[in-house]
Design a binder for this molecule. Structure first.
Ligand SMILES: Nc1nc2c(c(=O)[nH]1)N[C@H]1C(S)=C(S)[C@@H](COP(=O)(O)O)O[C@H]1N2
Ligand SMILES: [Mo]
Length: 321
């Protein structure tokens, strides 16, 4: 394997935003707030974020594949998390990840590709390719929330490594370091956390590598400095704090599949028709929604059938769950 360590480039001056641009954005947010309140008072009350006062990327283009639902509040998104490397409780990552320092950061790329190497994270964060994508994260446990990610196309990133014809799958691995990720001191999962996609899933237009949310650098508890987001699959496929990407000919062994193969399949597409062995997947509790508003009907492929149903044509989705 060839090793190329690339130096991080200096911060681009276009990333430093004049105050006026930021204030305009602020005004826009306030107008949307007023508009959505009037519009949907009887349905879903938007929990518009109190987003931080100095957004790192204040004016990103919004990708049209975004969900139209109002995003959850910054507070909900950053205090209700699954990130077992920082504890198994929903409040644990918010509490236990504060000391985590996600820089410097390298990503090792290996396996079936022509351009493997060790790359500095900053080589992938190019202001010109960053965009906002609002995606609903549907957790396999039966809740969901809507998150305005900052990220870039996974497919575009992977193409840069020139996967070869034997690359049938791509495997992602989280950092393994129990001094920095104290949850790894307990053997609640097989560490490090590993996830994977079939190559055609990975090359679909939907998945992104997220490096931020609400225009901010990605908070530690959400998977800093870089995590996957695959919006038509259950949340656990969206692996956090990625240090390795490997192209493989055989299906990767993934953490949750190894832990409980009868409960968590490799595909894990959101599917209201296929129950988890211990609970139904027909509905979801929307985090931030008042209890009297009830649950939301879960949608096939989390609403992205048009973009991804063809990937599974001819497959039995009960067997390939
Ligand atoms: N490395 C790692 N990635 C992970 C997890 C984890 O425990 N460790 N939890 C997964 C689960 S179950 C979900 S629902 C989402 C939660 O993402 P969020 O906290 O940003 O909403 O992260 C996923 N990625
Ligand atoms: Mo999850």
């Amino acid at each position: 394997m060839s090793i190329i360590i690339k130096k991080s480039s200096d911060i681009n001056s276009s990333e430093i935003t004049p105050k006026s641009v930021y204030l305009d954005r602020r005004r826009f947010m306030q107008q949307s707030l007023a508009g959505s309140l009037l519009f949907s008072a009887s349905t879903l009350l938007p929990a518009w974020a109190k987003s931080p006062d100095t957004p790192h990327w204040p004016d990103l283009p919004k990708n049209p594949l975004s969900a139209s639902d109002p995003p959850n509040s910054f507070e909900d998104i950053t205090t209700y998390n699954n990130f077992y490397e920082f504890g198994t409780g929903k409040k644990d990552p918010h509490k236990n990840a504060t000391a985590f320092n996600p820089r410097p950061w390298t990503i090792t790329v290996e396996g079936e590709c022509n351009k493997p190497g060790v790359f500095d994270l900053d080589d992938f964060i190019k202001p010109a390719t960053l965009e906002e994508r609002i995606y609903r994260l549907r957790c396999v446990e039966g809740w969901s929330m809507v998150i305005p990610w900052v990220g870039f196309s996974l497919a575009d990133m992977l193409k840069g490594f020139e996967p070869n014809s034997k690359a049938k799958y791509v495997e992602f691995t989280t950092l393994l370091d129990k001094s920095r990720m104290p949850g790894q001191q307990r053997r609640v999962l097989h560490w490090p956390y590993v996830e994977g996609l079939r190559i055609d899933e990975a090359m679909n237009e939907l998945p992104i590598m997220a490096v931020g949310l609400y225009g901010e650098l990605l908070p530690n508890q959400n998977g800093a400095p870089i995590r996957l987001v695959v919006p038509w699959k259950y949340g656990f496929k969206s692996i956090k704090s990625i240090v390795k990407i490997r192209f493989t000919e055989t299906m990767p062994e993934t953490t949750w599949n190894k832990t409980a193969p009868n409960e968590y399949g490799f595909y894990s597409n959101v599917n209201p028709e296929v129950d988890h062995p211990r609970w139904s997947q027909k509905k979801e509790r929307v985090i931030g929604r008042a209890f009297w508003e009830g649950k939301r009907e879960t949608q096939m492929f989390n609403g992205y059938g048009e973009q991804v149903a063809h990937l599974y044509r001819g497959m039995d989705l009960r067997k390939n769950f």
